[in-house]
Write a protein that binds this ligand. Structure first.
Ligand code: BES
Ligand code: MN
Ligand code: MN
Length: 464
């Protein structure tokens, strides 16, 4: 195949401007006030796919937000790559912590992005990374360099647990048939240290409610004599980790796949500076499960974290009150071979069993998903590795990620194909946080690397 870098240089400004226009659409799937924006975003993605060279493009209605499907089939006997991505974004709040408004993209230089980065909600997760695939397709189609068939499935509900995608995939097995699934919705070790994500953690997300007295009470008249749901909830949550930061839920670790010494050794070889990590987060020490390194804690070990906790009086000044109710949202990141339904069960049973007399506890499961791993001897991995080697001049490092894309394990189950995670974001790109950004160099490098994947994969698949 030809080297795409000239084409990319020539069209660089347009590639950036097109992404900037997509970033102006506030497609926040969690907030119904933005539902029209999410729908508009689906239309914009569909238009971009047609423009880039897809022959068939559909905005598929679901019971939630639409799934945008596009394809270019050039030969029934050629391999097929299915690209998945999402066009929805996380809510931008807290707004006051953004240096510039989240849906008014600006380009600024940073220490890690000396060539500039685009600042906007969704810049990295996932509009910027998804759009690299659209532009890579444009390059391949316009330069007669598309070696195989390609299908796109871009959804608008990833950030809320992909509720409609499950049915869509089950009902469209034939349409989605493919030889490999390709996703850019993860990260890489550093701008000059390419890596391929070989694993994602699973997830169980629950909400808990503790109810004490039937109404808020004067904390002087009743304080000390009835259970305060916030005090109780805090105590219950604190008891979920022991002094070594192990999770105390009985059975929680029963199915956890422990890594061999060799695997841990290989992980430890990836470049990582604990000092830089702490400095970047402005913390004096890291914190976590005893017996594991920082990189192990955030990728191959399961976790339990409170994402939000509320109740009682939080307004201005002081109000003396014992609240009737207290709430928390809790996420558990899971690893192979933990089953998220089973973990949700274990949590619910344990959490209700530790409630003291005098309060009622309710656990409501939200979404979840299974963990996922890609073996590094799979041809999809080998093709990706070759692609990075060509564009970065270095062999990429396999890296298990701590994040979750729950739908990936479902793809394997329903479509019987493996997923290759070619992520180009950096952990410091502030996804889900204020001032999310995506490096221009990462964006362009992605567009350049993707066509090499197609070429290597087609060659390897055909000689299999
Ligand atoms: N793109 C992320 C997941 C991700 C980011 C994986 C970086 C690996 C590295 C995705 O959009 C996401 O945010 N997933 C959620 C789960 C989802 C069910 C809301 C997550 O990981 O919290
Ligand atoms: Mn994402
Ligand atoms: Mn996300």
């Amino acid at each position: 195949m030809q080297d795409p870098s000239d084409y990319i240089q020539q069209h660089k400004e347009r590639f950036l401007n097109e992404l900037i226009n997509l970033l102006k659409i506030p497609s926040v799937s969690a907030d119904s006030a933005h539902s029209q924006d999410v729908i508009n975003m689906a239309e914009a993605v569909a238009a971009a796919l047609s423009e880039a060279g897809c022959d068939e493009v559909e905005v598929c209605e679901t019971s939630g937000y639409p799934i945008v499907y596009g394809e270019k089939i050039i030969g029934p006997d050629l391999p097929t790559v299915l690209v998945y991505g999402h066009y929805d974004v996380q809510p931008p709040d807290p707004l006051e912590l953004w240096d510039t408004p989240p849906f008014e993209p600006v380009i600024k230089e940073t220490e890690l992005h000396p060539d500039g980065a685009i600042f906007a909600r969704g810049a990295c997760d996932d509009k910027g990374q998804m759009y690299m695939h659209v532009k890579a397709l444009e390059y391949m189609v316009r330069n007669n360099d598309l070696p195989c068939n390609v299908k796109f499935m871009i959804e608008g509900e990833e950030e809320v647990g992909s509720p409609s995608l499950v049915t869509f995939v089950k009902e469209n097995r034939e349409k989605l048939k493919n030889d490999i699934i390709l996703i850019s919705d993860t990260g890489m070790i550093a701008a000059d240290v390419p890596s391929i994500t070989t694993g994602l953690r699973g997830l169980s997300y629950v909400e808990v409610a503790v109810t004490g007295p039937n109404r808020d009470l004067h904390s002087g008249l009743y304080g000390g004599a009835v259970a305060n749901p916030i005090n109780i909830l805090a105590k219950m949550i604190a008891s979920l980790h022991d002094e070594n930061n192990h999770i105390t839920i009985p059975g929680f670790y029963d199915k956890v796949h422990e890594l061999s010494e060799e695997e841990r050794q290989a992980m430890a070889e990836a470049p990582f500076s604990l000092e830089a990590y702490k400095k970047h987060l402005d913390i004096s020490a890291v914190y976590g499960e005893k017996g594991y390194t920082t990189n192990e804690r955030n990728s191959i070990r399961p976790t339990l974290d409170v994402n939000g906790i509320w109740g009682g009086y939080t307004g201005e000044g002081a109000k003396t009150v014992i609240p009737s109710k207290a709430y928390a949202k809790i996420s558990m990141r899971l690893v192979p071979d933990q089953d998220w339904h089973e973990i949700t069960e274990l949590f619910t049973r344990h959490f209700t069993s530790i409630a003291p007399d005098g309060v009622k506890v309710e656990v409501t499961p939200h979404h979840g998903g299974q963990a996922y791993v890609t073996p590094i001897d799979h041809i999809g991995y080998r093709a990706a590795s070759e692609a990075y080697e060509t564009t970065f001049g270095k062999t990429p490092i396999p890296q298990r990620s701590g994040g979750s894309i729950p739908i990936v394990s479902l793809f394997e189950q329903e479509l019987d194909s493996k997923t290759i995670l070619m992520g180009f974001g950096l952990d410091s790109d502030a996804i889900h946080s204020p001032n999310e950004h995506y490096g221009i160099r990462n964006y362009l490098k992605g567009i350049e690397t993707i066509p090499y994947f197609y070429s290597a994969f087609t060659r390897m698949k055909e000689s299999e």
